[in-house]
Design a protein around this ligand. Structure first.
Ligand code: ATP
Ligand code: MG
Length: 429
């Protein structure tokens, strides 16, 4: 499917108009904490195991995560595009990866007009193939492209909620270089860009560049592994030295060369949030992607591929920061910065006042979700905790008389009483 979207995040901000409502219970068949909370809070809808719809609030979180990644991709001169989900069999046959014995997550289908198609689990082969039309000379290199795309994978186990979907959003980038040195420059730049992404999303301190299984060309690839109890990987980490090794390759890594012994590494549960891969010239040779080098010699392009699990990231963030009351979003990915909770009941005087403050905050560009519903305070607070915006501003009759607003920091529970002036100064952009 071709996804059509805008990068602008503009959505109604009155909770009375939000179509999703919070739920007391998640579906009984949902085992993952991240999905349970996201479903209860109305961010996602479970369509079936491993398949979730993104509802308005969930979409906003995904847009925030994407925008961070988008900015860091632009910083390393990578071009955004969007490829198709339907893929021809022929391009995957070139590399032997059409075979279900080789790739065990394929969804495939047949055209009524005849012939088989694959449904995108990755875009490495199709985009390498596409570049045959766009690369002919060393002057066309280096070049890098990326997209945010729905990937479909026929995963055997889908029990980790948003962290392992059968349909999920990935950011995937592909680099094309003339020489190994050119490739290395981009590969190292992508490490820096990824590091910035994860820092901005609030998981920088807990995310490690990790030695992981390579492929036919390289012994190792690099994964970005985030410490997370619900993660499916085990990573051996030495935090001080910044060394991390996926359990899968622990035996193959030369620990002495890294200046550590196995005892210096702590086995830690982690989630793979990103993976970068060096293909050498092999992939291009198989697909038939060649260019003429400076001496006019026909040479295969040096390729790399670079993934980030966008929706997995959303699940990991929920898992890491949630408390017993609900979700706790880091500011950078929260749908709204501020949850304005009016304790108006049916008092129209308070309602007019809260409406006025909401309008004033909006006019100042503050990102605010306004709970304007006629509901009990207890219900509003519980919903607000579950939804997890970084700050809650409570507006009550008592506060109106005192001329103050109660501001609660969701992550710490810290309570401050601010005047209107202080409130606007704190939150205006
Ligand atoms: P895993 O080992 O977890 O199955 P992978 O190594 O097969 O993942 P890649 O092909 O490297 O995944 O995909 C790039 C990124 O996409 C991964 O680093 C991960 O963050 C994300 N990802 C992969 N599979 C899924 C999935 N089923 N659901 C959500 N995100 C995924
Ligand atoms: Mg991987």
């Amino acid at each position: 499917m071709l996804l059509c979207e805008t990068t602008a995040i503009l959505i109604l901000m009155r909770q009375s108009h939000l179509f999703t409502k919070t739920q007391k219970e998640a579906p009984t068949d949902e085992q993952a904490k991240n999905a349970q909370l996201l479903i209860r809070a109305g961010y996602i809808h479970k369509e079936m195991a491993g398949v979730y719809q993104l509802l308005p609030l969930g979409l906003m979180v995904v847009q925030k995560i994407k925008q961070i990644v988008r900015e860091e991709m632009a910083a390393i001169n990578t071009n955004e595009m969007i490829a198709t989900n339907l893929q021809p069999k022929t391009v995957w046959e070139k590399t032997g990866r059409w075979d279900d014995e080789v790739v065990d997550v394929w969804f495939k289908s047949e055209l009524k007009a005849g012939g088989e198609v694959g449904i995108a689990w990755s875009h490495e082969e199709p985009l390498a193939n596409m570049m045959i039309n766009h690369i002919s000379s060393y002057k066309d290199l280096p070049v890098a492209i990326y997209q945010f795309q729905n990937k479909l994978r026929n995963e055997v186990r889908a029990k980790s909620g948003m962290m392992r979907g059968r349909e999920f959003i990935m950011k995937d980038a592909y680099s094309f270089a003339a020489t190994e040195a050119q490739h290395d420059t981009f590969y190292e730049a992508s490490k820096v860009a990824y590091t910035k992404c994860f820092e901005r999303m609030g998981v920088g301190d807990d995310t490690f560049i990790t030695f992981a299984a390579g492929g036919a060309f390289t012994e190792f690839s690099h994964e970005f592994q985030t410490v997370c109890e619900a993660g499916e990987d085990i990573t051996y980490i030495n935090k001080e030295k910044g060394i991390a090794i996926n359990e899968e390759v622990l035996e193959s890594v030369d620990l002495a060369e890294l200046g550590v012994t196995k005892d210096d590494l702590v086995a830690t549960k982690t989630a793979e949030v990103g993976n970068i891969f060096n293909f050498g010239r092999q992939k291009a040779e198989e697909v038939g992607l060649y260019f003429n080098d400076e001496n006019g010699e026909r040479t295969a392009v040096w390729m790399g591929s670079y993934g980030i699990g966008i929706t997995r990231m959303m699940g990991v963030i929920v898992e890491k920061f949630a408390d017993d009351k609900g979700i706790v979003w880091p500011a950078a990915v929260a749908p709204y910065q501020l949850h304005l909770v009016g304790l108006n009941g049916d008092d129209s005087e308070i309602k007019d006042w809260t409406d006025g403050v909401y309008a004033a905050l909006k006019a100042r560009g503050v990102s605010v979700l306004y709970d304007d519903r006629e509901a009990r305070p207890g219900e509003k607070f519980a919903d607000s905790d579950l939804l997890g915006m970084p700050y809650r501003v409570v507006m009550s009759k008592k506060g109106k008389e005192a001329g103050t607003f109660e501001v609660v920091t969701r992550a710490t529970g810290e309570v401050r009483n601010l005047t209107e002036e202080e409130l606007f100064a704190d939150f205006s952009s």
